[in-house]
Design a protein around this ligand. Sequence first.
Ligand code: 2HG
Ligand code: ZN
Length: 474
Amino acid sequence: MTSRTDLLSALSGIVGERYVLTTAEDTAPYATDWKRSTTGVPACVVRPASTAQVAAIVRLCGDSGISIVPQGGNTGLAAGAIPDTTGSQVVLSLNRMQTIRSLDPIGMTVEVEAGAILQTVREKAASMDRMLPIAIAAEGSATVGGVIATNAGGLNVLRYGMTRDITLGLEVVLADGSVSNGLRHLRKDNAGYDWKQWFIGSEGTLGIVTAAVLRLVSVPRYSVTALLSVSSLEAAISLFGHAQQEIGEALSAFELISANSLDLVSRHAHLKPPITAGDWFILLEGASSLSGLRDAAEGVLAGGFESGWVIDGVVAESEAQARQLWALREHVTEAEARDGPSLKHDISVSLTHLREFLDDAEAALVDAAPGAGLNIFGHLGDGNLHYNVLFRPDHDQKAINRIVHDAVIKHGGSISAEHGLGQYRVDEWLRLAPESDLRLASTLKTALDPSGLLNPGKILPFSLLHTKAIRGVN
Ligand code: 2HG
Ligand code: ZN
């Protein structure tokens, strides 16, 4: 095993001494997640400037048996890019690799390095009258590589799909230090396995994404935003069906916000909804190159009133008012963090079973964690809720996670809809995933990272791979 001094000097030889961070002060921003709930101790942080440097680092670490934790903008909510506390893992930050290599407005693609900030790429696309359809609240810090590694979702999945659906090609550094170049700018490509999909959402455990080709769309010329309060979750779900009918494929967001969530936003961000409250609010958005959206949104409102689903509602009169309505939704995460500790559950359940899931989870939580608060909001149109529990110090956090996730699985859902497993959900995934899922994951991990040096402890803890510990999987 290489000494720390040898490691640091070899890394400096690859990237230059100033791009190997070693002091606690310099490495601190890379060692803690956004919520500051998980802090690791990296051996060092290395900041390569090119794919060739990433490959050289991976080869060096591979030869020395040192594990690597790849990191993008460090905006993840599951601690997937945070090292463990052993002081032995190298954090490999992609944040110097920010080049937008090409933007093709005719082929509607952008080729970009992994460390590029999402917002910068979106702005570049907008300057050429094109849109990169990945919309997440953290776009000002999140990187393209991080978004791909977590298969991020966000606010417009309803219309454009997950990051997986928007990624056309990848360049990946594999665990042996070789580079797989799949930077193809094609909509259709059935020549062999679609291997890029193995890496999207793999949280850096199978390879390190260094560049990507993403799909662009035309910028919608018209948009409409409306906020509605509804009488029940059933009313919200019925309203969704109605909105799909009225607004059709132009429906780009259908977000659910609980009255509790808006109470947090009002207390911590001093923003209030301009309409009478119900138990739930819906923020909907339509976007299209064709006109007539406003009439369609007013039709949704009128139909909602007629059916008794809607208590009150407003259709934004201006771009500024639309932004104010969106601000209510966008401040929920921050307001929750200011309020105190919370346990995040990023779940998805079919809309058909969502009511039963909520009833089961709440009934069990009342018994197990009396007095816990709930902050429920999310992407109702995708069946994806952020079911966040504001627990008290005397509550058993593990028991809370089990209750929520057991209810999710009972109703056929997923315990990670869009945030990934990270460190937070590995145990729960190992507990709940079908054995065949674990077997396939194990096969892939063993084939692509046989020494288990890429982001160990995330998704599939390598120490468990060759044991019977994962319920009999070899
Ligand atoms: C969102 O939808 C993000 O705003 C964050 O996915 C969710 O804070 C959360 O739990
Ligand atoms: Zn979300």
